[in-house]
Design a binder for this molecule. Structure first.
Ligand SMILES: [Zn+2]
Length: 318
């Protein structure tokens, strides 16, 4: 049992490292921890943080038993120091104090992931959620105005109504209520009419935009990056959600809980978008059928007409 934040994960340090090694191999085709030994108090692995992970003898120690409630990591060669969740975050490519690392640990426990993992969270019910507050209906009502910018961006009245898109005259912003699957408004995203600024609350747990507005009778879903991309796809009659970015571990978890069997990835045709699509391919559970649109270089859904979009080929994930 190892502690991570306030949870217990029913696995040994060695289990976690082996799982991480397999994960990185399948995701990045990279050999992590090529030498790994349990030496009693610690598991010693080759350090991924210096010599490009190619040191010959393991000098990164990960404690097997918690000390002060944490599993500590320390490299005796380069001096890397942290806890197991921050180490996982850093290996996954994040500098976020272990946020994604922690999510990765929780995700790999999720049974909808079909990877034969042996991580277990001690008591799922004990996972405390931060207190969720919702945007009131009264506030949303105040923004129910049309603005010419909505039409400039190709929105139709039907879409504006369905997604409850509004206009806030005080900040001169278009407002997008981001709702949870039950329709409760988690927050309002704002898009300035003059600048290009998109304003999201500083919460790291970005949800999925558009889950409430989906047609759950359809068999499939389209996943894209931005609000406008999702709205354009919706206008064309597709079931679409936006990641408001290129996707996070938290969002992979949410996507895997959606009841759609077929998922089409339409992220932007740039490096970030392609990387995001690759991560989605690796993280959407194997019981889903996932296709990746081969978006033209430098284009996103909004740069295309419906005809151009339907002409784009897509490939089944590997
Ligand atoms: Zn090192």
């Amino acid at each position: 049992m190892i502690p991570v934040k306030n949870k217990q994960i029913n696995a040994t340090t060695y289990d976690v490292l082996v799982t991480l090694k397999d994960f990185i191999r399948s995701r990045d085709n990279k050999d992590l921890f090529h030498d790994m030994r349990d030496v009693g108090t610690n598991t010693m692995v080759t350090c991924p943080f210096h010599k490009e992970g190619k040191e010959r003898k393991p000098s990164l120690g990960v404690s097997n038993e918690p000390d002060d409630g944490k599993i500590w990591v320390h490299c005796f060669t380069c001096g890397y120091k942290g806890t197991i969740d921050t180490m996982i975050s850093n290996i996954l490519g994040y500098k976020d104090d272990g946020y994604e690392g922690y999510n990765w640990l929780i995700q790999n426990f999720d049974l909808s992931y079909n990877r034969n993992l042996n991580l277990r969270v001690g008591n799922r019910d004990a996972i405390e959620k931060p207190e969720q507050t919702y945007v009131s209906e009264e506030l949303l009502k105040q923004y129910r105005y049309y603005h010419p910018y909505m039409y400039q961006r190709g929105l139709t009245n039907e879409i504006i109504e369905r997604y409850d898109i509004g206009y806030d005259a005080v900040t001169n912003c278009i407002t997008f209520p981001v709702r949870d699957i039950d329709g409760k408004c988690l927050f309002l995203a704002r898009r300035s009419v003059i600048g290009k600024m998109f304003m999201l609350p500083p919460d790291k747990n970005k949800p999925l935009y558009g889950v409430y507005e989906l047609d759950y009778n359809k068999p499939d879903i389209y996943i894209c990056e931005s609000f406008f991309n999702a709205l354009t796809l919706a206008k064309w009659g597709y079931n679409a959600i936006a990641l408001m970015g290129t996707g996070s571990a938290y969002q992979y978890g949410l996507i895997n809980q959606l009841p759609f069997r077929t998922m089409y990835l339409c992220l932007d045709g740039d490096t970030a978008g392609r990387l995001g699509a690759m991560r989605l391919c690796n993280n959407i559970s194997s019981n889903k059928i996932v296709y990746e649109y081969l978006m033209p270089d430098g284009k996103d859904v909004n740069d295309l007409t419906l005809d151009e979009f339907t002409a784009i080929s897509y490939k089944l994930r590997d």
